[in-house]
Design a protein around this ligand. Structure first.
Ligand code: PMP
Length: 452
């Protein structure tokens, strides 16, 4: 079985140069816009990491509908990135577009709830099994607020995360395990205080380390994705979560599950699918069909404690909430998403095609003689340059190969397929078609062939 190390690196460099040249040649309009954009956009893009795609310059998007993105040069891409989950239910689903248009004419934001709010919260409670909900604008914010509530209700300062996690721009979660010690992520910009001061880090799937980290009863919450999705994909081992949740309960630590990505597991997320009972649950990105919006839910017991914590504080800034959170537009979009788009039928279609994609990629890898693994969480598929499914963040990180990854992405992009940058994630939406999945598998096999 061949590994990434057996690949001729000269060949990879040559292929990369060829794919880069092709990308440039075929995209004169994107290139012209990118050139002009440098004048007034820092880094030439609205957000600096949009330049971290493996393309020589940024693609500029003309439109995106259903499972397809069209760039300003008229190239059509079958989209398996789907806005890194923001468009997990397809681009501009009809029901969401209609709800947004309707609400846009009736007021966008008023610092007061619309009548949609209790109906949406009722549906969230039904789906996710937690009775009380609050709103935020992004999953990053929702996680920040969840952490504040955890600290406020437990009276504890510490946070526990898994090594290699990503929960958005939450300062305290940017901590890695370096030689067994929590250390601030070295890539952080403008970090004055040490985020590792109140953060503990253990490896995923390590119950003994988790037990030890919680034992002094200083940890307010364990914040975790039920399956790691941001360092490649890492699945929990059988029984891990039952025991991890029991350890949290035993040590008085709240369990906060960030289901921003693992909402790909089913209409009620991973926790509902697998019978987990978190104290808090965070959802962002696709919950309003791509309109900025996030929510977090609480158990009845925690909600009571949160109300008490708020009552016991003087009136004033709580550090929780932003002005546009829970605005009428996002609420209307979220109602449409939950009622009409993220339906059990939509998930059934996504699962069937994601399974087809998983099998197709795995077969192509095996046929090309590579020993790489393919992992799936519902509608989300990831291929990783490791021979055994990683058990934790460190093992997953060991499989990173920036050059190979860049080549895979560019090769696919030049042939009409877009996958998620910064790792090898492919997402299937309700509009993805079987023949497009098969087309992607064929081009992926062609890429593997080019490496041989
Ligand atoms: N939680 C998880 C698990 C995520 O993957 C992300 C973003 N990739 C976030 C939170 C943050 O989402 P946002 O950037 O929309 O705030």
């Amino acid at each position: 079985m061949r590994t990434a190390r057996d690949i001729d690196r000269k060949k990879v460099a040559d292929l990369l140069a060829r794919e880069r040249a092709r990308f440039c040649e075929e995209r004169p309009r994107s290139r012209a816009i990118a050139g002009a954009a440098d004048a007034h956009l820092l880094f030439g893009v609205p957000l600096h990491w949009m330049r971290d795609w493996p393309t020589p310059f940024s693609l500029f998007v003309e439109s995106a509908r259903a499972a397809e993105v069209v760039d300003v040069d008229g190239h059509r891409y079958a989209d398996f990135c789907l806005g890194d989950t923001g468009a997990m239910f397809g681009h501009s689903p009809a029901a969401v577009a209609e709800a947004v248009a309707r609400q846009a004419a009736r007021g966008l934001t008023a610092m007061l709830p619309s009548a949609d709010a209790p109906r949406v919260a009722e549906e969230l409670a039904r789906r996710f099994g937690l009775p009380r909900w609050q709103w935020a604008m992004s999953a990053s914010d929702a996680n920040r607020f969840a952490l504040r509530w955890a600290r406020a209700t437990t009276g504890r300062d510490h946070l526990l995360v898994f090594n290699g996690c990503y929960h958005g721009t939450v300062d305290e979660a940017f901590v890695d395990l370096v030689d067994g010690v929590p250390r601030a992520r070295t890539s952080l910009l403008g970090q004055a205080h040490d985020p590792a001061r109140f953060t503990r880090v253990v490896e995923f799937n390590d119950l003994a380390a988790l037990d030890a980290a919680l034992a002094d009863r200083q940890v307010a919450c364990l914040m975790a994705e039920p399956a790691m999705t941001n360092i490649g994909m890492v699945l929990p081992e059988p029984g891990f979560w039952d025991e991890a949740a029991a350890l949290c309960r035993r040590h008085g630590t709240l369990l906060v599950l960030d289901e921003t990505h693992t909402l790909s597991s089913g209409p009620g997320g991973y926790a509902r699918e697998h019978g987990l009972a978190p104290d808090m649950l965070v959802l962002g990105k696709p919950v309003a069909g791509g309109v900025p919006c996030a929510v977090y839910g609480m158990s009845a017991d925690l909600a009571r404690r949160a109300e008490r914590a708020k009552r016991d504080k003087p009136e004033g800034h709580s550090g929780i909430g932003t002005t546009l959170s829970g605005n009428a537009l996002a609420m209307a979009a979220m109602r449409a998403t939950l009622e009409s788009v993220a339906t059990p039928e939509a998930y059934r279609h996504m699962f069937r095609l994601a399974k087809r994609l998983e099998n197709g990629l795995a077969d192509a890898i095996a046929e090309a003689g590579f020993g790489w693994c393919v992992t799936r969480i519902g509608a989300r598929v990831e291929f990783q340059f490791v021979s055994r499914a990683p058990r934790n963040g460190s093992e997953a990180a060991a499989g990173f190969d920036d050059e190979l990854e860049a080549l895979a992405h560019l090769f696919l992009l030049n042939r009409g397929f877009m996958i998620t940058p910064f790792h090898n994630m492919l997402l299937v939406c309700p509009d993805t078609r079987e023949e497009v999945v098969d087309g992607l598998i064929a081009v992926f096999a062609q890429w593997l062939g080019a490496l041989s």
